[in-house]
Write a protein of this length. Structure first.
Length: 63
């Protein structure tokens, strides 16, 4: 990889991390519980880093 591409990708990752932090911070400020706010930020991060991957959360065990 070229140095310019590495720097460009690094800058994009930093921007995404900042946005994920804003998602968390704003959710907390709006009264969302910590665990849910953390899940929201994590979901944003995962979707931006791997947009082709769909996350299915089957906590109830139902299909």
């Amino acid at each position: 990889m070229s140095q310019a591409l590495i720097e460009k990708r690094g800058a994009a990752v930093v921007a995404l991390a900042r946005i994920a932090g804003v998602v968390y911070t704003e959710a907390i400020a709006a009264g969302v519980p910590h665990v849910l706010a953390q899940e929201m930020a994590t979901d944003y991060w995962a979707k931006e880093m791997h947009p082709e991957v769909a996350v299915i959360d089957d906590q109830d065990g139902d299909e």
